[in-house]
Design a protein. Structure first.
Lengths: 520, 167
């Protein structure tokens, strides 16, 4: 039992770290840009300073910048240092992790894409209401900071930016991120496998309430939260719970709460959290019925939240062996690269903090005229312009990145061909763990296919949508048959899934060669 | 010294945590071995031709004068609406080409509001006027029949060489 909990918690921690590492790296970079290129004055102006305008501007910037609830920690700390109002910092911290271009596009594959925009609107109302009330209780809450000295353009400015990144990577930020990851590990250790599969059923009045307590310690990237939302609406689960999952699951975690606590103290943090919970729960219960999908056959369960529960069953034999294999899968090379880069930054940051605790290097960079004066063709670009361009670049890159994440249909079908073979063979061999893994991948690729086509052809016909939905529904049924161990029923479902896949391919990619000849 | 903010904070947390008293020990489904399955409604037809037959039969039954008591009539009408909603999915789960599937899809889009309007009447305590929509319903059904029965029977699809495809 304890061994299952330890392995389960450990695996969930590693999986969350692998998911979070890329966005933490981007956020550390953004922190460096805000600190050294934009500076406090421009940062305050960018985020609207204080009052209503700052809430709307912070929400808008939060929507545009890619990130997650762990990655937002260093940026929020920098916004505090820049002297931004407390409610604006919290509005940004809560909304930046909710959406990014990848997840919004993913959301378009939901049965009713308008729900994504409805939820985005809800998050705006939430931050406005909570922010305004909090501002009334704690007016003009800013943390005064000393004025920052600009650094000479060229390599000194770049180096000073790198120093901010390194110090942040090895500073309290990493401790808060660790606390955030521990929340996910705790859920993985304490919640038995599949414990939440029926807790969020549509019509269950406790679903938004239960989700609130799960979502606060849980860590979810925007895309993960969006895929869970998709699954919830596919199964006609509670819409109120879905809203809580997005606002608190993607928006909040224990690390971010610890960071807020350190910045604003117990009383203010508890007031803010109390306001947030009461407002978000009220909204969730108010919208539960109106947003409930009436045209979906309700399922009495969902697998969307299995990722927050223990990945192992208490009666699993060879637990250590299975756990080792799952750890290896989680840390496979392409996914582990950002973790290694992050590890390197933390190591260098620790060395820097140990070697130069007094920030002498920064003072030297600020004081000295280190590089040659700009030549005729070596234009000296002001730091704010460079910083602004870099921020615009990040947003642009995240939009362009959508084309890589949602590739052309040729590539999607090549991937799905391999996944199909693995999933169906595992199902026939009754290897439930492997079959489940590949079925989940296959499901995700059907959504990526839809978004990829939408991005390139600017339309997705209802015919194509229904073909993808039918395949997903059949994959879900296949998963259940494999898990139940009924070999005859599994064979029937394998045939049905295969047929649905061929029809999907015909609908999306009629020129593709027949599958039988491709398999050869 | 208790300030206004302290009172507000305590009130907020009380409002949030009081429902815990009625929550019980654990939410539903807190088990390690929950056996899960999808509930398929008994009136869900297996394919498009069966759906068309069902639609025809059920509509005729509902169009009879004094077809059923008010609550039973509402349930049957609701089931009829659900079958109409399933039409695109049932047609999609066949080899129907896109042009013909679109006809089924549009037929479902046309039929649903017609029946929903009658359902709304029943919900308000009035009698449904099934005869008033019968002409349009029959015309749409004739269109669907022509599509469903013009389709060849289920044949082996490419990819049939995959292990496990044999029933």
């Amino acid at each position: 039992m304890i061994q299952t909990a330890l392995y389960g918690g450990g695996l969930r921690l590693v999986q969350a770290l692998v998911l979070a590492a890329p966005t933490i790296l981007v956020s550390l970079f953004v922190t460096g840009v805000l600190a050294r290129l934009l500076g406090p004055e421009l940062t305050r102006r960018l985020y609207g300073g204080s009052g209503w305008r700052s809430l709307v501007q912070s929400w808008t910037l939060g929507m545009l910048l890619p990130g997650c609830s762990l990655g937002v920690i260093p940026i929020s700390r920098e916004l505090c240092r820049a002297g931004l109002g407390g409610s604006a910092v919290l509005a940004f911290a809560l909304t930046q992790p909710l959406f990014d271009p990848l997840s919004v596009l993913y959301g378009l594959t939901l049965g009713k894409p308008l729900i994504v925009f409805a939820f985005a609107g809800c998050s705006l109302v939430l931050v406005m209401v909570v922010g305004a009330l909090w501002d009334r209780l704690h007016p003009s809450l800013t943390i005064p900071q000393p004025a920052q000295v600009p650094v000479q353009a060229g390599w000194p400015r770049l180096l000073s930016m790198l120093l901010v990144v390194l110090r942040e990577a090895a500073g309290p930020t990493m401790a808060y991120i660790g606390i955030g990851l521990m929340g996910t590990a705790l859920l993985g250790a304490l919640l038995p496998s599949g414990a939440l599969s029926r807790a969020m059923n549509g019509g269950n009045p406790w679903a938004p309430w239960t989700m609130t307590w799960v979502a606060i310690p849980a860590y979810a990237t925007p895309t993960l939260a969006m895929s869970q939302l998709g699954s919830m609406f596919q199964h006609a689960n509670s819409a109120g719970a879905a809203l809580q999952l997005l606002t608190l699951g993607a928006g909040l975690n224990l690390g971010l709460l610890a960071c807020i606590l350190a910045a604003y103290g117990w009383r203010r943090t508890l007031t803010w959290l109390g306001l947030l919970l009461v407002a978000s729960l009220s909204m969730a219960y108010a919208l539960d019925r109106p947003l409930h999908p009436q045209d979906v056959d309700p399922a009495d369960h969902t697998h969307a939240f299995d990722i927050y529960c223990c990945p192992f069953h208490t009666n699993d034999s060879h637990l250590a062996l299975i756990a080792q294999q799952r750890f290896r899968e989680a840390c496979a090379p392409p996914h582990a690269i950002p973790v290694w880069v992050l590890g390197a930054l933390v190591f260098l940051g620790v060395v820097l903090r140990a070697a130069d605790p007094q920030h002498r290097l920064e003072r030297w960079l600020e004081a000295a005229e280190l590089s040659k004066a700009a030549a005729r063709y070596d234009v000296n670009i002001p730091a704010p312009l460079v910083g602004g361009l870099l921020l615009v670049g990040i947003v642009t890159l995240s939009i362009v990145g959508c084309y890589a994440y949602y590739p052309h249909k040729h590539e999607v079908f090549q991937e799905m061909q391999i996944i199909r073979a693995e999933a169906l063979l595992a199902a026939i061999r009754n290897d439930a763990r492997k079959a489940t893994h590949y079925i989940e991948l296959w499901d995700a690729w059907t959504r990526r296919l839809e978004v990829g086509v939408l991005l390139r052809e600017w339309q997705l016909t209802p015919y194509r949508k229904i073909k993808a939905k039918i395949l997903r529904d059949k994959l879900e049924l296949l998963r259940h048959e494999v898990e139940s161990g009924d070999r005859d029923a599994t064979k029937v479902m394998v045939r049905q899934v295969n047929e649905a896949y061929v029809r999907l391919q015909k609908a999306f990619h009629p020129q593709a060669p027949p599958l039988a000849s491709r398999d050869e | 010294m208790w300030t206004r903010e302290n009172y507000i904070t305590v009130a907020l947390w009380a409002a949030f945590t009081l429902p815990l008293a009625g929550w019980g020990c654990a939410p539903q489904g807190m088990s390690d071995d929950a056996s899960e399955e999808h509930h398929i409604p008994p009136h869900k037809p297996p394919d498009l031709p069966s759906a068309i037959v069902q639609l025809e039969r059920r509509f005729i039954a509902l169009a009879q004068p004094h077809a059923a008591t008010q609550p039973e009539f509402a349930v049957r009408l609701q089931e009829l609406i659900e079958i109409v909603r399933w039409l695109p999915e049932l047609a999609g789960d066949s080899d129907l080409p896109e042009a013909q599937w679109n006809v089924v899809y549009q037929a479902a889009q046309r039929l649903e509001p017609l029946l929903q309007a009658q359902y709304a009447r029943v919900q308000r305590g009035h009698r449904a006027e099934m005869r008033a929509v019968q002409q349009r319903f029959d015309a749409t059904l004739a269109q669907l029949r022509a599509i469903a029965w013009s389709q060849p029977l289920e044949e082996d699809l490419p990819g049939g060489s995959f292990p496990g495809n044999q029933p």
